[in-house]
Write a protein that binds this ligand. Sequence first.
Ligand SMILES: C[S@@+](CC[C@H](N)C(=O)[O-])C[C@H]1O[C@@H](n2cnc3c(N)ncnc32)[C@H](O)[C@@H]1O
Length: 381
Amino acid sequence: MPRQAKVPALHEPDIAIASGLAGLNWSFPARVAHSGIEGLHPYPAKFIAELPRALVKTLPVPRGSAVLDPFCGSGTTLVESQKSGLPSVGIDLNPIACLMTRVKTAPLPPDLPSSANEAVDRARSDQASAIPPIPNLDHWFLPSVQQALAALTNAIAATQPVHHDPLRLALSSIIVRVSNQDSDTRYAAVEKDVNADAVFQAFLRAAKRLHDVLSSRSYSLVPANVMHADTLAVEPQDVPAPIGLVVTSPPYPNAYEYWLYHKYRMWWLGFDPLAVKKHEIGARAHFFKRDHHTEADFERQMARTFELISGVLVPGGYVCFVVGTSRIHGRVVDNASIVEEVARRFDLHRVFSAERSLSAKRKSFNLAHARIKTETVLVMR
Ligand SMILES: C[S@@+](CC[C@H](N)C(=O)[O-])C[C@H]1O[C@@H](n2cnc3c(N)ncnc32)[C@H](O)[C@@H]1O
């Protein structure tokens, strides 16, 4: 006989919250994809902005507390919190995720376009920058592109420190385009007609777009705190504010590989993608070795995450997880049930859940592999 979990009856406020959430269409049919700040830089498996927006707007966040996303990726939860006037905290292992989140939530530094132009002028006259020792570089980048990227990274480092993050993000956003890689979702080397000038032009366009998008933000930039860390190693006292609401989408087993997606971006910006791979929850590499990971590892990782959440959450705070299924060696794993079961051990109980279908248009080489068609929105208190 399956064990029946004891679920406490919903309290009055939870009933009102649940009926408010039930009134929403979680497929967000009116959505217009990837405009403005959402489309600033590619990131796999990011939230559509409407999802955290609905949760942040519907669920209470007590005064003096912040919204937490312990797997913040491209920072969608933090941006939506900021738009609602709420302070937020994001944690991610991936340095590109942290760079994106910082830039999207920080004030725009003055004179960015002229700084981008100066960096390009400097890079154009630099033929001597050393090419960093990146594995397999010649397979993925033409020699003239390598020289241009090396010169640009050095030229950016010579700009004012406040310009480093936004200019590095602009550079990161063009890396795949100027490489021999076919596209962000297809790892095949193809012949492309790219030279140093094309790199500089693409960088200037990316910097201009970033400047235009960030300068058109019309809301107040309440503080968003980004922690570059392995969430499983973060202690409650490391989190800089009490947390009133958690909105997150965790990495789930054998579905995506964030480190691989951003591998060359990380190499070029001076980070080590292999160190990220080692600690990345769910990375497919962990499922194809002897002693491979299983759903038991995911359960343990979620238990550690909930230990952190329960150490920072204010009494009565809500916790929202958006999670899909996985396939591990042919078995379908219901990650939402694992999350809910783990949360229960920390006295967090389901108030609401909804199944939402994923857009068939969403381009991902991993979605097809894992046959992920829906995801669950799980709200607990
Ligand atoms: C589903 S994505 C989050 C996407 C995010 N909701 C967005 O809108 O962009 C999961 C994130 O978990 C991060 N991650 C994986 N393992 C981690 C770990 N051990 N500690 C912190 N973050 C981790 C990945 O880098 C990835 O950004």
